[in-house]
Design a protein around this ligand. Structure first.
Ligand code: ZN
Length: 275
């Protein structure tokens, strides 16, 4: 079975600039060589023009790779933006980010398609998504990056994103299974069944089935022993992202250790100490 790298996510929006070097050094020391490129870095780059270069240099110095990237996730960056002028701006911004992260060696770029805006029909919003994808896919192809459409909780669940991926059948377009999102409504088994052929990345985190708590594995009710082997068997999977951020005083390295162990040996989670 091919080796799928685990990519560590840190919520950089909560970390002061002065702490970035120390955090990078810690990630390197704990063995998390692959990290998720954060959308806040891009939004700052768009404002000032050099922030991503600063981060890139720091990552190189700390020997870290930006294997995966999350595109700006706030609703105003959704691919389905109903206002055409605004949609074009969003699309151009995603396109520039994709080019930049492609240069940094990034392989996957996760996007949120945008919330269901009830003032508009689903057909109209899907039309907007298609226009944005049509603009972004050539950029992604050129940059060697795969765009990954993420399943959400109340809208754009696994069947909807999978149908779009199937419609395109494009080598630069895949899916991102958010395990926590799937666990809350539709169930992980259903989601993975729908998404498996197109899965290029995934967001690993746990919850109690009621709220999007972003816990590390084993701290909620996700069945990791079922999930991990099925994920690893997905034919197009490029990497797997940890999305637990900081949890209840668990150190960054303790959370990383849990993810690493679960990824290698999913039965580990049943034996670990619960908080
Ligand atoms: Zn996610």
């Amino acid at each position: 079975m091919k080796q799928i790298p685990l990519v560590y996510f840190v919520d950089w929006g909560k970390i002061a600039d002065a702490q970035i070097d120390a955090a990078f050094a810690e990630l390197n020391e704990m063995g998390a060589k692959n990290i998720v490129i954060h959308p806040d870095w891009w939004l700052r780059d768009e404002e000032k023009g050099s922030f991503l270069d600063i981060i890139r240099k720091k990552m190189l110095a700390a020997n870290l790779n930006g294997q995966a990237c999350h595109g700006p996730w706030r609703n105003e960056y959704g691919l389905s933006c109903p206002d055409e002028e605004q949609r074009k701006k969003i699309s151009l911004s995603h396109g520039r980010f994709i080019n930049r992260v492609g240069d940094m060696g990034c392989l996957t770029y996760t996007v949120h398609l945008g919330e269901n805006n009830l003032e508009y029909s689903k057909e109209y919003l899907h039309g907007q998504i298609r226009k944005t994808l049509d603009e972004l896919l050539p950029e992604a192809e050129k940059s060697g990056v795969k765009i990954a459409m993420e399943n959400m909780i109340d809208y754009q669940m696994s069947d909807e994103v999978a149908a779009l991926a199937a419609e395109y059948e494009h080598s630069s377009l895949g899916l991102c299974l958010d395990v926590g999102h799937a666990h809350i409504k539709e169930g992980i088994e259903t989601a993975i069944k729908n998404m498996a052929p197109y899965l290029v990345t995934c967001h690993l985190h746990d919850n109690n089935g009621g709220a999007d708590q972003h816990f590390p594995p084993g701290f909620g009710s996700v069945d990791w022993e079922f999930l991990i082997p099925v994920l690893k068997a997905c034919p197009r999977l490029v990497n797997a992202e940890t999305e637990a951020g900081q949890y209840n005083g668990l150190s960054r390295s303790a959370a990383w250790e849990i993810f690493r162990n679960v990824w290698l040996k999913p039965e580990f989670v049943s034996g670990q100490e619960k908080h």
